[in-house]
Design a protein around this ligand. Structure first.
Ligand code: C5P
Length: 212
C-alpha cells in the first residue's frame, strides 16, 4: 500500500505520515529532507540557490546529512524552498522518491507533490492543511524549544512566503490531488489528527478494495 501525504509547512503532515507508517508498519520517507539536504550542501559550498546549476550540483549531497538535526533549521527550510523550484533539481530527486514509493510492500511518503507527481497511483492520498496563523504558532513553539529567539511575526512571514513560492512554482506546485482527501488539523490535537488520518486511509483503501 502506498500512502501519499502532502501539505504546506507545519501543517502536521510529517507527524501524521510517521504515525500512519507506524500503524501499518510501512517505511516512511520525509521528502522535504532531500530538498533540505540539497540546500545545506549548497550553503556549505557557498553556492547561489537562485542558480539552477548551483542547486543541481548540490544534489550529490552526503547521505549522512539526512540524519543531521541541522536540516530542521528554518534558514535551511527557506533555501530548500528556493532550490526545489528548479525543475532540474526536482528531476534529479524524482527517481529516488519513486523507487522508495514502489518498494515491495508499500511505503508512506510526505511532501508537496507526492499525490500529484511522485506517486499519482497511491492507494490513499491525504492533503493536510491548517491556517497560516496556526502553522506559524506551531513552528514558532518548535523553534523556541530548540533555543531560537526568532519572533512570531518573522515565522509567520516566512510561512506565508514559503506557501507562496511552493504553490506558484511552475514545476510540481503544492496542490491537492483531485483524488486526495482533505484533513484540516487547525483545531485538532496531534492524537485526534492522527486518528482521523488513519480513519481516512482505512476508508479510502476499503472503498478501493470494494471497487470492481
Ligand atoms: O516539508 P519541508 O518543510 O521539510 O520541505 C522543505 C521545502 O522543500 C518545502 O518548502 C518545499 O519547497 C520543498 N519540498 C518540495 N517537494 C516535496 C517536499 C519538499 O518542493 N515533496
Amino acid at each position: 500500500m502506498i500512502v501519499a501525504v502532502d501539505g504546506p509547512a507545519a501543517s502536521g503532515k510529517g507527524t501524521i505520515a510517521r504515525a500512519i507508517a507506524r500503524h501499518y508498519r510501512l517505511p516512511h520517507l520525509d521528502t522535504g529532507l532531500l530538498y533540505r539536504a540539497v540546500a545545506a550542501t549548497l550553503l556549505d559550498r557557498e553556492l547561489d540557490a537562485e542558480k539552477e546549476a548551483d542547486a543541481v550540483a548540490s544534489t550529490d549531497f552526503d547521505e549522512a546529512l539526512l540524519a543531521d538535526d541541522r536540516l530542521k533549521d528554518d534558514r535551511i527550510g527557506k533555501v530548500a524552498s528556493i532550490v526545489s523550484a528548479h525543475p532540474l533539481v526536482r528531476a534529479a530527486l524524482l527517481q529516488r522518491q519513486r523507487r522508495f514509493a514502489q518498494q515491495p510492500g508499500g511505503a508512506v511518503l510526505d511532501g508537496r507533490d507526492i499525490g500529484t507527481v511522485i506517486a499519482p497511483g497511491a492507494d490513499a492520498k491525504l492533503f493536510v492543511k491548517a491556517t497560516p496563523m496556526i502553522r506559524a504558532q506551531r513552528r514558532h513553539a518548535e523553534l523556541r524549544a530548540r533555543g531560537s529567539t526568532v519572533s512570531f511575526d518573522k515565522v509567520l512571514a516566512d510561512i506565508r512566503a514559503r506557501d507562496e513560492r511552493d504553490s506558484t512554482r511552475s514545476q510540481a506546485p503544492l496542490r491537492m490531488a483531485d483524488d486526495a482527501v482533505l484533513l484540516d488539523t487547525s483545531f485538532l490535537s496531534i492524537d485526534a489528527a492522527v486518528q482521523r488520518a488513519i480513519a481516512l486511509v482505512e476508508a479510502r483503501t476499503a472503498a478501493k478494495a470494494g471497487t470492481p
